[in-house]
Unconditional design. Structure first.
Length: 332
């Protein structure tokens, strides 16, 4: 099979940390040149499937981890095959999250809940059920159409400053901006956060969930490394990024969704003093105690990944040598 190399405009190399701007990056994981995930190809298309470097770098300044390249989002998201609603577990998670935030924030029928990267409207539907005004922003045209057909208002576009301005013109501002499993996909993190700030009313709240680097390391979740996941977050670099853009962390808690995530509640700093919860403080202390601000931890992790690869290769080679048919490996 001949491998198609990506064109220059399909991806670009990242040489600075997207959180702190530091240039002191060190690679700790290299999974080689890999095709994009979430794509379903016919056999005729496979030979022409482009591959991109899949490597993670660690920032020695703020402890952020990120991919070494960014694939053009138009390539990744214009037509997207992952639908949030296909997972019953995620549907239940969305319903519980909506109820929790309604309880914490006391959302009213006049309050706007804005969801960024709203997919097929799985989360929006839960807030609509609670009686809130809702609006989604979703770049994939196929998913935006599904949400609209379900009566869930959705702007079909990427989230940026212009999108925030459009929200302000339509609704004055949002009481709550929600983004689940989105921030890890964002290249221009500061532009994203500035747009969130612009879209909020002064007393508004930004709530987001991201896969948590603690679980990535402790559970050896290297299989969740793919080109859509640009960043692999600890709470510390998130705190740095939020504070740079006028937010303060009010709370942070771990959740089991997506292999282990953290949910962060952030308020605008200008709205008054925001004291971090004991849970948020505990997570920051725990990250340091676990050695996740030390690059040697990441190199040890890479060695574990290499060992898993070696063991799997030996296992598959032995099966092939014995003539075991692959179909017997699929559980019935």
């Amino acid at each position: 099979m001949s491998l198609k190399m990506p064109s220059n405009d399909a991806c670009r190399t990242i040489t600075a940390c997207r959180v702190c701007g530091g240039k002191d990056l060190v690679q700790f994981l290299n999974l080689g040149d890999m095709p994009l995930a979430n794509r379903h190809l016919g056999s005729a298309e496979e030979d022409g499937e482009p591959r991109f470097p899949l490597e993670i770098n660690f920032c020695r300044s703020c402890y952020q981890s990120q991919l070494s390249v960014v694939v053009n989002p138009e390539v990744l998201y214009s037509d997207y095959n992952y639908h949030s609603s296909v997972s019953m577990i995620f549907q239940q998670h969305c319903e519980a999250m909506a109820k929790d935030l309604d309880r914490i924030l006391g959302l009213g029928k006049d309050d706007l809940v804005l969801e960024i990267a709203s997919s097929d409207g799985c989360m929006l539907a839960k807030f609509k059920k609670l009686g809130c005004r809702i609006l989604g922003v979703e770049p994939a045209a196929n998913l935006a159409r599904i949400a609209e057909n379900m009566g869930l208002p959705t702007l079909n576009r990427f989230w940026d400053d212009e999108a925030a301005e459009q929200v302000k013109q339509m609704h004055v501002g949002a009481k709550l901006v929600v983004a689940t499993n989105v921030l890890a996909h964002v290249d221009d993190l500061h532009g994203f956060l500035r747009a969130v700030k612009k879209a909020l009313v002064p007393s508004g709240v930004f709530v987001f969930e991201v896969p948590y680097m603690v679980h990535f390391i402790n559970r050896a979740e290297f299989d969740t490394t793919y080109h859509e996941h640009l960043s692999y977050f600890l709470l510390h670099p998130l705190k740095v990024a939020l504070e740079k853009n006028g937010f303060a962390i009010q709370d942070a808690k771990e959740h089991d969704i997506h292999g282990g995530s953290i949910r962060v509640i952030a308020r605008l700093s200008a709205s008054g003093a925001v004291a971090p919860s004991e849970d948020a403080k505990r997570l920051l202390i725990s990250e340091e105690e676990l050695g996740l601000y030390d690059e040697t931890t990441y190199h040890r992790f890479a060695s574990q990944v290499a060992l898993v690869k070696e063991e799997l290769t030996v296992f598959l080679t032995a099966l092939k040598a014995r003539g075991r048919p692959w179909r017997l490996m699929v559980p019935r």
